[in-house]
Write a protein of this length. Sequence first.
Length: 602
Amino acid sequence: MGVDAPLNLKARIKREWRFLSGIRRTLKRIDSIRADSSNLACDDLEAAVDKFRDRPAISFEGKTITFGELDALANRYAHWAKAQGLTRGQTVALFMPNRLEYMAVWYGLTKIGVICALINNQLTGTGLAHCLNISNALHCLVDGDTADALIAVGADLTRHIHVWTHSAPGAGQRDLANALKSCSTLRPDRVGSRGQLRAQDIALLIFTSGTTGLPKAAKVTHMRVQLYMRGFAGATDARANDRLYNVLPLYHATGGLCAMGAALLNGASVVLKRKFSASHFWDDVVDERCTMFVYIGELGRYLVNQPPQENERGHRLRLAFGNGLAADVWRQFVDRFGIPEVLEFYGATEGNVSMFNFGGPLGACGRLPNYMRKRLNFRLAVFDEETQSPLRGTTGRCLEAQPGQIGECIGRIGVDARSSYTGYADKAASERKIAHDVFEKGDAWFRTGDLMRMDSDGWLYFIDRVGDTFRWKGENVATSEVSACLLQVAGVLEATVYGVKAGQHEGRAGMAALVVDPRFDIATLAAAVEANLPPYAQPVFLRILPRLSTTGTFKVRKQDLVAEGFEPARGRGPIYYKRLAKGYVKLTKATYEKLIAGAIRL
């Protein structure tokens, strides 16, 4: 729950006013979004360009482009795609780290109705091939950081993909930078290029790890992009003189849509970084004269764990916004760094639930006051741990969680922009996220898979994820994907993967319990993990067991393993942990105590 002290009447009225002001501001920006509208996400951006053409839009590694230059670059990508014969509804994959051109790529492609698949640039091996295959991409754009990973999975692709690189082209790659030089900077004809499209059509594919299996492709419509971008433009109340510091990956909705929309739709500037650096963060914020920054929860903990820095209070910040900031970090975050306001939000890329903490208690991710129940589509349903689904009463209907009771957050599926549900490219996966006949016959609700608790004032607090995922390094990790990788290693007979709390680290570190035979070599396993799993999905801890305990239905007793954690004195078998550049090394009691105390970083 939150850590705020009880409020007096004056403070309660002030908090209520801040909440209502934030909600009103946000709803005003999104209420005109309609599924059948011909106004698309790219039209919103073009309108911003026309209003702020000569203002700086994005700065990256010493170079700044204006709104007009961003639009001109996007137009080049649109004409490049037309020159390749790409038409409405076809897909281009974007597999690059943050860079100046990133947003211009998908912005330009959407101008002619081409879908852009935003591929996590940390992916390699099976995960990368899977994402490319399910995207149905005909072309893939890379740079020097990602080209090798793509070429390495060529044999695993189900169709030929034309590879275009921003860097010097290697074998089998085409020179994208050179091709763009001959492309027009003028906007493609709107009627001919996208006149038949509507806001309910797909704009992007954003990949997310579900409760099981490999990443899923969430179908993000123009309407959904507008909700993210317009919604945060309203929620943050950004102004044209704001400068937003963005270190989050642009392949995720938070950094790539919410943050970019908050700034650009209001004429503000984005200071974009390739990746987050705790040691350079405050110097950058001060040097770039930033007034806002966007976070994920882990970023906050990394910053408060840093030694004091000269510039950490010498900034001009007025707002930090993001999701996943833990209550125990929140107070340190605000007090130590002197951040005037934190706007925490909750949302899922593929879902229809979004909420904001406008001026509420620390630790809350949103609110459902009684007087807003008709305007807000989310509820908490009592959760059945045995069936891992919302509990149904004697009538067959689900039960709504009461204040103080933990429930799964669900969102009613409707036809308006905020409650619509598009789901994944995989129809079966989409259907698994829907609960039917929940509170009344015929209704349908999206299951977020997140457990929350609500207090008496309607403020909601995130508790945990349902099922077999855990969050580490800002990413959701699917345990079945990691298990599948481990089981490919010679000598691994059985493998089960789960998340464990690791001292002061945010989220849960990956841990695998293995049953092995004499062929097993831990160095071979370390090499396989490095080659086939992105860094955030690589198990941090390993436990070697003679056998895995199972239930009567042969399900592994993961909860027992989670409870034992990685303490050497608990449970059976030796435990190893992953050391950078050293593979896995045996965990001793002394090392364990250093990890718990935070003396060793994972």
